[in-house]
Write a protein that binds this ligand. Structure first.
Ligand code: GLC
Length: 524
């Protein structure tokens, strides 16, 4: 792919974007929580890794009921993360390293601590203050309808005067009402605020949730639980969201160079996702269908084919994502331990060979597994509480990352500090320091693969060369890629071998590919 060219307005179409979960990336002041100066101090890692951009999760003033996705002031920086000047400095430093910066915007809900919601609580039913949120009278003694919170339990909470307000997530995250013009104007102003500060784009939280079906009808008695949509629901993926993104696109396009946006849109299938990236809407949408596929040639091939078939008619690039701060880390999903790691190595070569853009989640380059045995006393995800302490939630993929072999926080924070979630024994050997320079390490595989990917023809179509129930072999421009999911198999390579995820035997054009192994070769 072309190098990060500061002047290439189409950079995002084939970019590799690294997700920084701010609480867990780097802690500069020793309070145990990552922060913006911490990110600044570690930008060199991202430049050396070879990514094009970073996406930073919310750092806005927040009571932190949902790790910062409960925003009390969308134009500020929470003191725990730093100051607005730190944000400016971070953007400037990133740009000077050739890295672009994408920030999160959370338009589906605010924090209950947001001044708007505080005003709504004391205002009368039917008042304009209540009209910024979804307040409704109850039905009998109960809530207005049967909607469930993604985090468990009902999606409604009652207030003293008998009305209820909607919250698709925690009760401290009231949904705003996007049919209210003031809401639309306010979020356009928030976009401009961060664009004027210099950010290169946005990741849109719960982009599929903003508009609810007219009349707020019951969802029916189906299992609504979880953010991943597999069925039609009256509060997700409604037609009305698209008009909102068309107005956002106009703002993004009014900047020079144009800025970009990526939707967190959980939909039923790739064709529904593609509707968010039509030419006058958003630039990208996360491909959660890829993330949800099993480690299987048939499943992954079906998602790849389905994704490319859905995105190409709208002219948008596909995206590929394996992990983020909401799902179990893929080393663990793919079998954990040495098997999970071996598959993660192969999955990296598969993912980076596909046409389009790739999102990486901090720590995946180190092969961090999900931490499954965090003590209950440290769990902070609202899912833990809202599920009646039956679902542990997402803290296991949010454990602060290890930078060095030594030190109380393995370099995440200054010596003597304790990270907000404890790092497991053994993470010292997964640290950036321990893996750097070891040619067998996953970190060095990421660095090499990202460097080689820069030479791949951008925007070329994917062409399947061979495939079987346990084998994927395809060409993307000048890159050949094979992934074997079954017993050792022979693959014909039509050019010099570039990289393999494990040691392989090669004899002329015959490559013997062991199980759970991937290879790249160059096609002249
Ligand atoms: C998104 C975020 C998740 C958050 C939720 C509510 O799904 O990725 O972390 O809990 O929105 O804002």
């Amino acid at each position: 792919m072309s190098p990060t060219g500061a002047t290439d307005p189409r950079w995002w179409r084939h970019a590799v974007i690294y997700q920084v979960y701010v609480r867990s990336f780097a802690d500069s002041d020793g309070d145990g929580i990552g922060d913006l100066p911490g990110i600044r101090s570690r930008l060199g890692h991202l430049a050396r890794l070879g990514v094009d951009a970073l996406w930073i999760t919310p750092f806005y003033p927040s009571p932190m009921a949902d790790g910062g996705y409960d925003v009390a002031d969308p134009r500020g920086v929470d003191p725990v993360f730093g100051t607005l000047d730190d944000a400016r400095g971070l953007v400037a430093d990133a740009h000077s390293l050739g890295l672009r910066v994408i920030v999160d915007i959370v338009p589906n809900h605010t924090s209950a601590a947001h001044p708007w919601f505080q005003e709504a609580l004391t205002a009368a039913p039917g008042s304009p203050e209540r009209g910024r949120y979804l307040f409704r009278p109850g039905r009998g003694d109960g809530p207005p309808n049967d909607w469930e919170s993604v985090f468990g339990g009902p999606a409604w909470t009652g207030v003293a005067d008998g009305e209820w307000y909607l919250h698709l997530f925690d009760a401290s995250q009231p949904d705003v009402d996007w049919s209210t013009p003031e809401v639309r104007t306010e979020y356009l102003a928030v976009l401009r605020f961060w664009l004027d500060l210099g950010v290169d784009g946005f990741r849109i939280d719960v982009a599929h949730g903003l508009v609810k079906a007219d009349g707020l009808p019951d969802a029916g008695d189906s299992d609504q639980h979880g953010v991943a949509v597999t069925q039609r629901l009256p509060y997700f993926d409604q037609e009305g969201v698209h008009e909102i993104y068309r107005s956002w696109r106009a703002v993004l396009d009014s900047y020079s160079p144009p800025r970009v946006a990526v939707a967190e849109a959980w939909t039923r299938d790739p064709a529904r996702t593609a509707r968010y990236v039509r030419p006058d809407e958003l630039h990208q949408a996360f491909n959660f269908h890829y993330l949800r596929a099993d480690w299987s040639a048939t499943d992954l091939r079906a998602v790849i084919v389905g994704t490319l078939a859905a995105t190409s008619p709208v002219g948008a690039p596909a995206t590929w994502v394996l992990s983020n701060h909401d799902v179990q880390r893929h080393v663990t999903r793919y079998g954990d331990g040495p098997l999970g790691l071996r598959r993660a190595r192969a999955a990296l070569l598969l993912t980076l060979a596909l046409p389009g853009s790739v999102y990486l989640y901090q720590g995946e380059e180190l092969g961090l597994p999900e931490v499954l045995d965090l003590p209950e006393s440290v769990l902070q995800d609202p899912i833990w509480r809202r599920s009646g302490f039956t679902e542990r939630g997402r803290d296991g993929c949010r454990v602060p990352i290890p930078w060095t072999r030594e030190g109380s926080a393995l370099g995440f924070g200054p010596s003597g500090s304790r990270p907000w979630l404890p790092q497991p024994d053994g993470w010292s050997e997964l640290s950036v320091e321990a893996q750097t320079g070891d040619p067998r390490s996953l970190l060095e595989l990421y660095r090499t693969a990202l460097r080689l990917r820069r030479d791949v023809t951008p925007e070329a179509d994917l062409e399947w060369l061979e495939s079987g129930p346990e084998l994927l072999v395809f060409r993307h421009g000048n890159l050949g890629c094979a992934v074997n999911f079954g017993p050792a198999a022979e693959v014909t390579v039509s050019g010099p071998l570039l990289l393999t995820s494990e040691q392989c035997e090669v004899d002329g054009t015959n490559l013997l590919l062991p199980q759970d192994t991937a290879a790249w070769w160059s096609i002249p």
